[in-house]
Structure formats: structure tokens, C-alpha cells
Design a binder for this molecule. Structure first.
Ligand code: ADP
Length: 943
């Protein structure tokens, strides 16, 4: 009935009050009403009985004498009592003697003439007169005289008055009870307000606290349980406030601690970064420092091997050389690894001749494999593109690594490099490289960790074969940097199978430059009897505006020879494989055999993938085989690329690639540049000794050398003269090599020449002369100082065609590490350095040496004065540049101690610390004097 759980406290209290007072009042009222009815009923009966007794007494005589009149008179007295409705007197025998009827229409019942009931006992009962709502009380009372029943009195009284009275009384008491109820409710309401106010206060305070707010103590003057509850609540509030305070304190403390820790972490992080930078710098410096003497060792060993030696001496020296080369590989690995770790390694995106790169790699490894009697095989899928865009240097490094391992861990059998296409679309091509060997193989357990750094298959292998366990880790990083994957599989029969996949972009051929192939000098002959003008080949040649003629197989030779005789030779012949009565391959062989067509490039077009294998192609003098339908980029590359080894086509070298800025560092485009006399090289270098050394080397290669003392001079010189190449020192006064290169590139752009002039950085500083920063500055290649003639030759050969005798000697050797100055102390001068200079010019070595030493002796005092001045003026920049210059000059003439001190001074200047510069300068002065004495003595002796 009452949903007590849902109703509020106030409602509950109201209901309780209402119910309790209501029910109490109702019970009291009911009790009172029933008591009243009973007692009034009794009273009525007694009154009626006494009245009947009085009437009986007064009627004794009439009854005795059956005096009816008297009897009627007696009864008439009853008129005074308006309750009596009827009365009768019966004789002792029960006969009606007299009766009385109240004069009222209600009383209409006739009197019984005979008494209806037993007459000798008192009888009292209710009767229900006709048409009356309320019952009446009827009484029969026997009248006795001397114990003898003489008659009976009958009285009938109406109860209306009694009920009226009763109703009045009950109504009054009901009103009183109602009033009492209302009063109780009013009082309960007051009490309830008193309670609910306190409870509501508690509730709102509790709610505030639960919502995290603050609340004041609840004030009260109660002494009851609610008061106790409020007091407890207030206590609780106080405790909560105390805890909040403590919590806030802890939080503040924590925040302070966090900020302190953050600061410490920041410091630690900075320190770690600085340490990492220092590590990288240290590694770079160390690798440079180690490489310098290493190159000395290697260079001198090389020289030594060129002298007459006994068999045993030759054996020992070769071992020294091999170990040196091995050590150099390890040092390079560590440097690469540290670069990768420092996140400094980036990949380039340039266009390169992919097939040429692979053949070059095969060329490098063939002698090593041959010396171990292992067969090395390059298997290229026929649909391999000729040119792609990517990073040829990183790709080369990964293949070198895998091939190097294969050669190292294989004692007999075969090594295969296989390249296949994994997928191709409009823009890119996915290639899979596999290096399979028949060597010692790798266990499954070792395969799982072989790509981790410093991980090797097993200790004994390491001891037998050496190595750092870094090669594969570096390869993995490089492949991933190129967006590819690398892995090792179990070779089916024996040995191991390393693979990697890389996606390369296809070479783009810019439609905006259709004339790049069309300079009127390149002519093509298409040999195909079925050629139609709408075929792809003529369409492409037309688009590139390349002059071409087409002919049938039978007339091809005659056409070519005639053109040669007319002085307008064809440069390239595109031979269809499927020719009537002969094949393209056979025709190629015939053309190749023709001495007059020596310079003709032969390109075979076949729809059959395996029309001719590599060996057949080589035998027939085919430069490339293109599978039909041919890729536009492949054809373009065939026409524009320079000669493959053994396939000279000098005129084609003039075909510039469409996007000239993408010309790769390694692309051998340069090697096919038509050799011509008097190639001009600009040497931008400030150090006079270095100028002499480098000039001698360049001149010994048959090159014309011009000199510039600083970047500004170099820029002017390039602007007003035509050079084939610039050798650019990075650190120079007035304008450094980086700035000068930038200015030259801008100049080229203004002239509309694009990136044309090869600029090769030369620097002694491994830190600043990083290949990447040189490339970023717009240079094309990088050579670290001091370098040998051979290293210089190799670098130059990548860019220009060296006069024949030089390029020959350069090409004959496998590219070694760059040898640098070699130690062989003689007093304060390393004689080896001087020998090195002398060796630069086989005919006039002494004269060259004398010239260089005199330049050094003449120039150095000036430099020392400038140094002293810079030190006085605290000009750190000048101090650094001058020290750097003197360092490299002194190192060149073998004044190693002096060079070391200069290096120290250079570092001090870089750190801007001048405190110990003065004593160091004094040492340098002293060291120069002793070097001078030694050098003068040498000069005298030479003279
Ligand atoms: P390194 O050759 O300098 O030790 P790598 O990372 O190149 O370092 O190679 C790690 C190890 O993997 C080698 O030491 C060798 O145990 C194993 N390994 C690599 N290539 C081969 C291979 N072709 N055949 C057998 N084992 C190989």
C-alpha cells in the first residue's frame, strides 16, 4: 500500500503520525460508541421496568375490580412520557382491560385483546413496529398482589430518542477525535520538520563531500541521536579534510619529485645524446685515425710487392696486405654500424644502370672465386630492367656482403647470384636477389639469430674465417632502409641461400625532353623484315626524335658498311631475333666480326625470353637483349647508357640521360666519354704542399691541371673556363668548398646547363668530409686525404675518361681502400711520405720532391706567423683554419709530429679553448725548426 522505500523521510513520518493517531482515535471512538449504546439500552430498560412497576402498583385496584375506566386513567398518566407509544393492562386471565395509544399516526397497530406471551414473568424484547425504522422496546410485567398474579402491564417504548441522544454524543466524540487527530498531525509535522531539516543538512553535506567539494561543519544544538550523528559526521568531515590536506601535500611533493626527476632525466638524456654523438664522432675519428696508418701499411705493401722480392718475402708481404685489407673491412663495418645506430644512414634515390651494377659486382668477385676454384654465376631473369631508381651504393654494399660471405664460407662448388622479378606495375618493380653457395651452410638454430649484430654461426667459424658478425646486421638495416626484406633459407642440397627483396622505381622518361637523345649524332638501324611503322620501336624512336632507318636482314651489313664509308656511321643496330633465313644472334655475330663496325652497339630484340643466354650474347657482341614487348625505359637506357665492358660505343656517350640530376655516383657513364686530349681538371686547394702533390698526380695521369687557392677563385675559374672535372677541397679560406660548389651549381642552372660538371670533394676530415654532407652540398663524389695516385685515378675514372695508359692501370686493379701517408720515421720526418711524393712522377720524382719541399719550407714560416697573430687576437676561426692547413701540409711532407700538434691546435680552436694554445704554438714552432733542419738536410743530400 505504501511504497516506503521510495517515499521520503518526511512523508514516512507523516504517514506514521496519521496512522498511529488515526487508528488510536478510531479504536477509542468505537469503544466509546459501543459502551454508550449498551449503557443507554440498559438504562432504557430499567427506566421502562420501573415505569411498568409504577403503573402496575397504581393498577392493582382497577385490576382487582376490573375497573376499566380507572385502569384507563391510570394508563393515561403515561402521556407525560413521550417515549411510550403504547400501553395495555391485562387481567390475571390475560384479557385486555384497558390500553393506551399515543396519539400519533405512526402507532396504528391494533392492541392484542389477549396477552400474546406468558404473563407471569417479566418479558422484555425488541419489536419492530410497522413502518418504523428503529425497533421499539416492549415489556410485559406481571402485577402481583400478595404473591398472586392479578394482571399484566404491557409498555411499548420508542427508542428514537435514545438513538438520537446516542447519535449526538457519538458525533460530538467523533469531532473530538478528529480534532485530536489534526492536533497530533500538526505536532508530528513540527517534530518531522525538526528531524528532516537536520537529516537534509547531513545529506547535502555528504553529497558535497562525495562530489569532492569542501563543506563547512554542520552547526546544531541537538542532544538527541541526530545530534550524535551530526557530531560523528562533523568528525568524519574533519578527518576527510585532514586526509585531503595530507594528500595535497603528497601530491605537491610528488610533483616536485617528478619535476626534479624529469630534469635529471633530461640531463641524462642530453648526456646520453652527447655521449652517443661523442661515440659517433669518436668512431668516425677513430676509423679515420686507424685508416690513415692502415692505408699507409697497405700502400707501402703495395709498393713493396712491386719491388723484386724473394718468394718467401712476397708470401709474407701478401699476407700483410690481405690482413690489412681485412682489417680495413672490419673498420668500415664498424663505422657503418655506428652510423646506422646513430640513425645517420640515409638512402639515396638516383637512377642507375642496374645490369651494369650487377656485372661490375660479378667482375669484382670473379677473381676471388676463381682463386678458390669456385664457379661464380650471375643468373639474371630476362625481364630484369636495365635501369631503375634507388640507391646503387647501398644495394652494392648488401650484395658485396652476401657474396663476400659466400666466397668466405665456400671451399668448393659454385656460387650463384640470381635476380628475378617478383612483381611489376606502372611505376615500380620488385626484385628478388638470391645468393646461393655450396659452402659450409648454416644450422637452423644459427639462422634464427644470424642477422643480429655481432652474431656469428659459431665460434670456430669465427676463428677460422674472422669477421665481426656485423655484415649481415648492416645488410639487414640497409635492405630495410630501402623498404625491403632479407632472409636466409636452407639450401636444398648443401650450403646456404641468402635472399633479399627490394622494390625499385622504374626509370622515368620525361616527355618534356624528347630531344635529349636527338642531337643528330646518334643514328640507329632497325633490322626487322616485318617492321611496321606503327610498331612500338619506331614510335618510341620518333618520339625521342632519334634518327633511324630500318632494313631487312639481308641488306643490314651492306647498309652499315655503306654508312660507315659515307662518314655517317650508325651507332646502334637493333636486331630482331626472328629474321628470315638467319637469326638476330647470328647476324649480330657477323656484324661483331666486322672490324669496321667496331664501334657499333648491338641490341637484340626477341619475344622469346631465353633466345640467347649471356654467353651467347657476349660471344655475338650483343650489348643488351630486350624482351618484347620492350620496356620504354629499357630501350631508352640501352640507347643513352654508355658502353658496357667490352662493348665500346663512344659516340653514344653524348646521349645525356633525360633527368640529368639523377646521374649516379657510380654510373660508369663517364667511362665511355670519348677520350680526347687535354682533359682539364680544376684543383681547388689552399695548402701549397697538397696542391703540389695533387697536381703531380693529376699531371702524371696526363691531365691538364689548373689551380684555385680558394672557393671564390674556383668559382670564377669555372665561370670563365671549360673544365671536365673539379677537385674541391672542403676547407678553404675566403669561400669553402661547400659554398663554392653551391655557387657553381647555381651558375650551371642559370646557364641552363643542369648539373653538369663533376665536382669531387677532397678532405682530410672524416667528420666533416662525410660523403653525405658532400653530396648534400651538390658534389658528386668524395675522396679522403691523403690519397694515393691510384685512389685518385679510380675516383676520376668514375667521372671522366682518363687518357688510355692511366685508365688501364687504374682499371687493372681491384679497388683497394684509399691508402694514406705511411709511417717510416726518419728523425722528425717520415721518409716514406717523401718516397710517396717521389713515386708520383716516375721520370722526375726528385725534382717534384724538391719543388714540394721548397714550397713547404717557404710557405710554413708565413703560416706560423699568421698562427701566432690569430692566437694573440683570440681569433679561433682563423686559428682553426690555419692549423688545419699546416696539419695537412706537414703530413704530406712526413712531418708527423708537427702535423699531430697542428691537429691538437685545430681541436683546441674548435672548442674555443685558448688556454693551452700558446704553449702548443711554441711546440709547433720548435717542431717546425727540427722538421726544417731534417728537410734541408734531405734536400742537400738529394742535390
Ligand atoms: P662476419 O662474416 O663478419 O662474421 P656476417 O654478419 O656477415 O659477419 O655473418 C655472420 C655469420 O653468419 C658468419 O660469421 C657466419 O657464421 C654466418 N654466415 C654468413 N654467411 C654465410 C654463408 N654464406 N655460409 C655459411 N655461414 C654464413
Amino acid at each position: 500500500m505504501f511504497q516506503t522505500e521510495r517515499s521520503g523521510l518526511s512523508q514516512k513520518l507523516t504517514r506514521i503520525a496519521l496512522l498511529s493517531t488515526g487508528s488510536a482515535m478510531l479504536l477509542a471512538f468505537l469503544a466509546f460508541a459501543s459502551m454508550s449504546i449498551l449503557s443507554r439500552n440498559d438504562e432504557e430498560r430499567q427506566q421502562l421496568t420501573s415505569l411498568a412497576g409504577v403503573i402496575g402498583n397504581n393498577s392493582e385496584l382497577p385490576l382487582l375490580y376490573a375497573d376499566e375506566t380507572q385502569a384507563r386513567n391510570t394508563l393515561a398518566a403515561l402521556a407525560a412520557d413521550n417515549r411510550i407509544r403504547r400501553a395495555a393492562l391485562y387481567t390475571g386471565k390475560g384479557q385486555l382491560l384497558a390500553h393506551y395509544l399515543r396519539a400519533a399516526p405512526a402507532v396504528s397497530t391494533p392492541m392484542d385483546s389477549q396477552i400474546p406471551a406468558a404473563s407471569d414473568t417479566l418479558q422484555l424484547h425488541m419489536v419492530y413496529p410497522d413502518a418504523q425504522l428503529l425497533p421499539a422496546l416492549q415489556l410485559y410485567l406481571p402485577v402481583l398482589r400478595d404473591g398472586q398474579h392479578i394482571g399484566t402491564v404491557m409498555l411499548e417504548a420508542s427508542l428514537s430518542r435514545m438513538w438520537l441522544d446516542l447519535l449526538r454524543t457519538l458525533a460530538a466524540s467523533a469531532i473530538a477525535a478528529l480534532l485530536a487527530c489534526i492536533l497530533a498531525l500538526l505536532m508530528a509535522a513540527r517534530l518531522r520538520n525538526n528531524l528532516t531539516e537536520a537529516v537534509a543538512g547531513l545529506i547535502s553535506a555528504a553529497r558535497q563531500v562525495s562530489q569532492g567539494g569542501h563543506t563547512a561543519m554542520i552547526r546544531h544544538q541537538r542532544k538527541d541521536e541526530l545530534g550524535t550523528l551530526i557530531d560523528s559526521f562533523n568528525d568524519m568531515l574533519a578527518q576527510v579534510a585532514a586526509r585531503d590536506g595530507a594528500l595535497q601535500q603528497y601530491r605537491d611533493q610528488l610533483e616536485r619529485q617528478v619535476s626534479v626527476r624529469t630534469e635529471q632525466l633530461e640531463k641524462a638524456k642530453n648526456a646520453a645524446e652527447a655521449a652517443s654523438q661523442a661515440k659517433s664522432a669518436f668512431l668516425a675519428t677513430m676509423s679515420h685515425e686507424i685508416r690513415t696508418p692502415m692505408n699507409g701499411v697497405l700502400g707501402m705493401t703495395e709498393l713493396l710487392l712491386a719491388t723484386p722480392l724473394s718468394e718467401q718475402q712476397r708470401h709474407y708481404t701478401s699476407m700483410v696486405q690481405r690482413s690489412g685489407e681485412h682489417l680495413l673491412v672490419i673498420i668500415n663495418d664498424i663505422l657503418d654500424f655506428s652510423k646506422i645506430e646513430a640513425g645517420k644512414l640515409t638512402v639515396e634515390y638516383i637512377q642507375f644502370n642496374f645490369r651494369l651494377l650487377l656485372e661490375e659486382i660479378e667482375h669484382v668477385f670473379a677473381p676471388q672465386a676463381q682463386s678458390k676454384h669456385i664457379r661464380l654465376e650471375l643468373v639474371l631473369a630476362p625481364n630484369i630492367p636495365i635501369a631503375v631508381c634507388g640507391d646503387p651504393n647501398r644495394l652494392r654494399q648488401v650484395i658485396y656482403n652476401l657474396l663476400g660471405n659466400a666466397v668466405k664460407f665456400t671451399d668448393s662448388g659454385q656460387i650463384t647470384i640470381a635476380v628475378s622479378v617478383t612483381g611489376e606495375d606502372e611505376q615500380s618493380i620488385g626484385l628478388r636477389f638470391e645468393v646461393r653457395d655450396t659452402g659450409i651452410g648454416i644450422s637452423a638454430e644459427a639462422r634464427a639469430r644470424i642477422f643480429d649484430s655481432f652474431s656469428q654461426a659459431d665460434g670456430s667459424t669465427t676463428r677460422k674465417h674472422g669477421g665481426t658478425g656485423l655484415g649481415l646486421a648492416i645488410s639487414k638495416q640497409l635492405v630495410e632502409l630501402m623498404g625491403g626484406r632479407i632472409g636466409v633459407d636452407h639450401a636444398l642440397a648443401q650450403g646456404s641461400l641468402f635472399w633479399f627483396t627490394v622494390n625499385f622505381d622504374k626509370r622515368r622518361i620525361d616527355a618534356d625532353q624528347p630531344t635529349s637523345l636527338a642531337n643528330g649524332e646518334c643514328r640507329a638501324l632497325i633490322v626487322d623484315d616485318k617492321l611496321a611503322s606503327h610498331d612500338l620501336l619506331p614510335r618510341l624512336l620518333n618520339r625521342w626524335q632519334l634518327a633511324y632507318t630500318s632494313t631487312g636482314a639481308s641488306t643490314a651489313l651492306a647498309t652499315l658498311l655503306q654508312a660507315q664509308a659515307d662518314g655517317c656511321p650508325y651507332h646502334v643496330a637493333l636486331l630482331e631475333m626472328d629474321l628470315p633465313r638467319t637469326s638476330g644472334l647470328a647476324l649480330a655475330a657477323a656484324l661483331h666480326a666486322e672490324p669496321q663496325l667496331e664501334n657499333l652497339r648491338l641490341i637484340l630484340l626477341s619475344s622469346e625470353k631465353h633466345a640467347a643466354d649471356a654467353q651467347q650474347q657476349r660471344a655475338a657482341g650483343v650489348a643488351y637483349q630486350l624482351i618484347q614487348p620492350i620496356r620504354e625505359s629499357d630501350l631508352y637506357e640501352c640507347l643513352s647508357t654508355t658502353a658496357l665492358p667490352n662493348a665500346a660505343a663512344p659516340e653514344l656517350s653524348r646521349l645525356a640521360p633525360p633527368v640529368t640530376t639523377l646521374t649516379p655516383l657510380s654510373q660508369s657513364s663517364s667511362t665511355s666519354v670519348r677520350p680526347r686530349k687535354g682533359r682539364r681538371v680544376l684543383l681547388a686547394e689552399d695548402n701549397p704542399v697538397n696542391v703540389e702533390v695533387a697536381s703531380a698526380m693529376l699531371e702524371s695521369m696526363g691531365l691538364d691541371v689548373s689551380r684555385a687557392e680558394n672557393g671564390e677563385q674556383a668559382l670564377h675559374s669555372v665561370q670563365s673556363n671549360a673544365y671536365d672535372l673539379v677537385l674541391m677541397d672542403c676547407q678553404m679560406p675566403v669561400m669553402d668548398g661547400f659554398a663554392a660548389t653551391g655557387a657553381i651549381r647555381r651558375h650551371e642552372q642559370q646557364q641552363g646547363q643542369g648539373h653538369k660538371l663533376p665536382i669531387i670533394a677532397i678532405t682530410a676530415n672524416a667528420l666533416q668530409g662525410d660523403r653525405e654532407s658532400c653530396l648534400a652540398a651538390g658534389m658528386d663524389d668524395y675522396l679522403s686525404k691523403p690519397f694515393t695516385r691510384q685512389a685518385l685515378g679510380h675516383t676520376l675514372a668514375r667521372w671522366i675518361n682518363l687518357p688510355r695508359q692511366n685508365s688501364q692501370s687504374v682499371d687493372d686493379t681491384t679497388p683497394p681502400a684509399t691508402p694514406e701517408s705511411a709511417p717510416a720515421p726518419a728523425g722528425s720526418i717520415q721518409r716514406a711520405a717523401l718516397e710517396h711524393i717521389r713515386a708520383l712522377n716516375p721520370q722526375h720524382g726528385d725534382a717534384l720532391l724538391e719543388k714540394i719541399l721548397q714550397t713547404y719550407l717557404r710557405d710554413t714560416p708565413q703560416q706560423l706567423r699568421a698562427l701566432a697573430q690569430a692566437q694573440l687576437q683570440q681569433d679561433h676561426e682563423a686559428l682553426r683554419t690555419l692549423a688545419h692547413r699546416l696539419k695537412s701540409g706537414s703530413a704530406n711532407v712526413g712531418a708527423v709530429e708537427l702535423a699531430a700538434s697542428c691537429k691538437q691546435l685545430e681541436q683546441l680552436a674548435r672548442q674555443q679553448s685558448s688556454a693551452s694554445a700558446a704553449p702548443l704554438l711554441a711546440t709547433i714552432e720548435r717542431q717546425f725548426q727540427s722538421a726544417r733542419q731534417a728537410l734541408e738536410a734531405i734536400l742537400e743530400k738529394e742535390a
